[in-house]
Design a protein around this ligand. Sequence first.
Ligand SMILES: Nc1ncnc2c1ncn2[C@@H]1O[C@H](COP(=O)(O)OP(=O)(O)OP(=O)(O)O)[C@@H](O)[C@H]1O
Ligand SMILES: [Mg+2]
Length: 372
Amino acid sequence: MATVSLKGVKKIYDNSVTAVHDFNLDIADKEFIVLVGPSGCGKSTTLRMVAGLEDISEGELLIDGALMNNVQPKDRDIAMVFQSYALYPHMTVYENMAFSLKLKKVPKAEIDKKVREAAAILDITQYLERKPKALSGGQRQRVAIGRAIVREPKVFLMDEPLSNLDAKLRNQMRAEIIKLRQRIDTTFIYVTHDQTEAMTLGDRIVIMKDGFIQQIGTPQEVFDHPANVFVAGFIGMPQMNMFEGKLNKTGAGYAVTVGENTVIDLAPTIAEKLAAAGYGEKNVIVGIRPEHVLLKDSGPDVLKGKVDVSEMMGSEIHLHVTAVGKDVVLRVNTADLSAEKRGGFAYGSDLNFTFRPELIHLFSADDEKNLI
Ligand SMILES: Nc1ncnc2c1ncn2[C@@H]1O[C@H](COP(=O)(O)OP(=O)(O)OP(=O)(O)O)[C@@H](O)[C@H]1O
Ligand SMILES: [Mg+2]
């Protein structure tokens, strides 16, 4: 059982760089939390403060309700796996995994049982007598994880454990971590800059930028209701398209105008929330995900574009279209297309489209926050 709470945690390096500002998060027992954000946003710093590898400048860290700020790393009952596996090169896989238990003077038979159990979970039993240099990157990372598992920590910390692996291995290991998580009942804090890893692994995701938390939520919540333009652009592949626009009240509800005079009526579900919040006319940023753009030839709600790139992906075509002076990305389901279009769209051809009105995102042009 391990809960982790960060209360007003701040990190100032060398009395100048503030790497993490006012970080607040309550992590439940056995929860899998992912910290995600671009390079330099403070993910590793936050994790290292939890591990005790960095001092906490301000605020409190609690594990199971006990204050940890001044507790030595070795006494926090935490295990950390890094991007660089940092295995001992002169030791076998077995010895690498057994090392921390040996230091703790755990009886030999018990060490053997734990190492073999962990090796079985990670499917590395056949490599126990090898040295790390005789292993592939993915196998080495399994050993590094195994070395952490044998300690049966209360909290498992992982800092970009997959980023040294090639794309295929990374996908495989991501699935392994999901399985691992089902077998060992521990609280996880996992750091990555990869939004796919964050979405697939996290019970909840913490999205960070410049040392500030931007949003905390389940993968579905942050995808469906991004708190601001940054989160909207960071979560989801390909990225959400953004347009400058103007919000207007209409007789029945609300509409947004984008481009010169394309007017899209907003769905009642969105209009109700805008009305409840009391919005009138307002400059906005209109967001639409590539999969929520609809091909439509004509009408007051249509934007006119020209095809730049048409990428046939099999079940979908990804289209880059120039419209209102910018690159707009569309994902079109090939099953919805006529036979002649199914193979792709010619460079330079006209392509008109609109937005699914119930899936439009609206952000304030002033502070880039989600209006609803
Ligand atoms: N030891 C240090 N001394 C001073 N500044 C530091 C130190 N370590 C990190 N920083 C700064 O703190 C900020 C956050 O760094 P951190 O390593 O936590 O980012 P990150 O989100 O893990 O990035 P990445 O994805 O590149 O690993 C950065 O601006 C970085 O330059
Ligand atoms: Mg880092």
